[in-house]
Design a binder for this molecule. Structure first.
Ligand SMILES: [Zn+2]
Length: 614
């Protein structure tokens, strides 16, 4: 996972950080010998099994099995991607990152960013120039302050087929680059290209560094489609970004709340009316990735729905959203950023429903900020909302309707991570259904149990849960322990060991990383060389396993012989096969192969004699 960062730089960052201090910011740690212990921030527990070893710069939870180094901790805690975690920790440690990391990828991304920046400038200039008069008038007719339009970097794509293409040609941008940036398309029946956005008002979608990565284009008349968006590019992955997050994140921090609306104009108008914590979801589905982005800045997320949308469709979408969030919860989602445990399982999403016939934009224009404010104040827990809808959609006067509603409610309740909230909801639902709350609660528990069994039984890929692997066999486990803790074992044994000698996939990956590591590298530095979280967790567990090693020299010599014999046997098998083949084809090489085989067999005999003492 080291990606584009060199292992030296990662090592440097790791060695300058105090892991106990880093973890201690969010977890209450107590000293326990060489280690520090506390309650695991990634699963709910009452007795501390979360262990930090500052000397090695690693953490490991003996309860849920997660572990890793400082980068892994921050990735999990703040839900960062690896490069983001590296940048954050580099800054903390005062280590300067080299600007040129991977010239190939960086070059490509940088090239795309340059194209997007140039295009954004072109569109903005067009909006505020004479040719943009129509678009400016449109903005004003929608009640958007021109100052707000400027702050959000709005632009105008001129009419015609090649306004952008010909402008960019002057900037030295090729047609192919414009196509890969999603700004131009090849003509259908003729050679050449044409602009994707024509005669539209453009909303630039920016990343957290406020760099433009995509555009949303709105028609100003009756043209179809009403909204035309950039396609996915290496810079823009749908479902991973939120419109205006770069502008709104400070507001979210201030208000400790994020408001999610659907449209660009809704979002602009919300900001204009002081709801500076507002973002737009960029598409119909609100994804877990987007939620986790918001959770970095606020503890509460309010999703705003139009009344007309809050019917059958919205309910099923919310039920999906619940499932999505529940998946996240398995990754430690439910722990607040400050690491407080009271909130474990707290469900952060609320739903605000607007009056009939309104979206946020029209509501704000018609009735002003207080109208939206009161709807936000009245926002209810998503669970509460979904439950009520589920009950409302069934005909509770018939036995069939009641039993369907009962089943749906039990299913929803089974997804509620917080017992208190679930109990309260079960009581309310039971009253409406005219059934016993305890019965409903028990059914929900059974469903929850069934689901968690299913989850743990799922096969784990390299990045799956460490616990999904069968426990390694003791001898393999001890061999890796010895290699990791004793330099003498590494020097003596690594030349004899191959990955095929190890059956356990996690241990095999660690051995591979050890074999590739330069001599003298600290074993904890292997963290960055491992492919997935499961491997890193396993490595952390091994590194924390402190043992007294006696007679290390004797053990190493014994193992050396054993692996040497194994290697020779393998060579003997290969040679025998080669000889059979050479004999069948009459290859003259057969004689020399046979000589080597005899030689090997003699040696093997002698070594075996030494090992067994015969
Ligand atoms: Zn844990």
């Amino acid at each position: 996972m080291a990606g584009s960062f060199s292992s030296q730089i990662l090592d440097e960052i790791r060695s300058r950080l105090d892991m106990a201090e880093l973890v201690g910011q969010s977890v209450n740690l107590k000293r326990a010998g060489e280690n520090w212990k506390g309650l695991c921030p990634f699963h709910t527990e009452k007795t501390p099994s979360f262990t930090v070893n500052p000397k090695r710069g690693i953490f490991h939870c003996f309860g849920c099995g997660v572990g890793g180094d400082a980068f892994g901790f921050l990735m999990r805690q703040d839900r960062l991607a690896f490069p983001e975690a590296v940048r954050a920790l580099a800054q903390r440690a005062g280590v300067e990152l080299p600007t040129q990391r991977s010239p190939e990828t960086d070059g490509k991304l940088e090239g795309l960013r340059r194209v997007m920046a140039l295009a954004a400038q072109f569109y903005t200039d067009a909006l505020w120039a004479k040719e943009g008069a129509k678009a400016q008038a449109y903005i004003e007719s929608r009640g958007v302050d021109l100052e707000v339009a400027r702050r959000f970097g709005l632009g105008y794509a001129p009419d015609g087929w090649n306004a952008l293409l010909s402008h960019m040609a002057k900037e030295g941008v090729t047609d192919a680059e414009l196509v890969s940036a999603g700004l131009a398309l090849p003509r259908q029946n003729a050679p050449g290209f044409y602009d994707r956005f024509r005669g539209r008002l453009l909303f630039p979608i920016r990343d957290l560094q406020a760099r433009v990565v995509a555009f949303g284009g709105r028609a100003m008349g009756a043209e179809e489609p009403k909204y035309l968006n950039s396609p996915e590019t290496p810079l823009y992955v749908k479902g991973q970004m939120l419109y205006a997050l770069d502008v709104a994140r400070e507001g979210m921090r201030q208000k400790n709340r994020a408001v999610v609306v659907e449209g660009y104009l809704d979002c602009l108008m919300a900001h204009q009316h002081g709801f500076i914590e507002t973002v737009a979801a960029l598409g119909t589905a609100f994804t877990a990735a987007q939620l986790s982005l918001l959770r970095r800045y606020a503890d509460e997320v309010v999703s705003v729905f139009d009344a007309d949308a809050a019917g059958q469709k919205a309910t099923s979408r919310l039920e999906e959203m619940l499932t999505d969030v529940m998946d996240l919860r398995n990754l430690g989602w439910s722990v607040s950023r400050t690491g407080s445990f009271e909130k474990t399982g707290y469900f952060p999403i609320k739903v605000a429903v607007l009056p009939e016939g309104h979206d946020p934009d029209s509501l704000l224009r018609a009735e002003g900020a207080p109208a939206l404010q009161s709807r936000l104040d009245a926002a209810r827990s998503i669970l509460d909302f979904v439950l009520e809808r589920a009950l409302g959609e069934e005909d509770l006067t018939t036995p069939r309707g009641r039993s369907t509603a009962h089943a749906r409610v039990a299913l929803i309740l089974s997804r509620v991570p917080n017992a208190e909230e679930a109990t309260a909801l079960a009581r309310e639902a039971a009253r409406k259904l005219g059934v016993d709350a305890t019965q409903l609660w028990i059914e929900a528990q059974q469903l929850q149990g069934a689901r968690s069994r299913k989850t743990t039984a799922a096969p784990a890929g390299p990045s799956g849960s460490a616990q999904a692997w069968p426990p390694p066999s003791l001898s393999e486990h001890d061999l890796l322990l010895m290699l990791l803790h004793m330099e003498e074992a590494r020097i003596g044994l690594l030349p004899y060991l191959e990955e095929v000698h190890i059956a356990h996939p996690g241990l095999r990956a660690i051995l591979g990383a050890l074999r590739r590591a330069p001599e003298g590298m600290a074993p904890e530095a292997l963290m960055a060389e491992l492919p997935g979280e499961a491997e890193r967790s396993l490595l952390a567990a091994l590194l924390l396993d402190q043992r007294e090693w006696t007679d290390i020299h004797i053990q190493v010599t014994e193992l050396q012989k054993r692996y040497d014999i194994r290697r020779r046997k393998q060579r003997i098998r290969e040679l025998s096969l080669a000889i059979t083949q050479a004999q069948s084809t009459g290859d003259p090489a057969v004689a020399s192969l046979q000589a080597e085989l005899r030689n090997l067999q003699d040696l093997a005999q002698a070594v075996r004699g030494m090992v067994t003492g015969r």
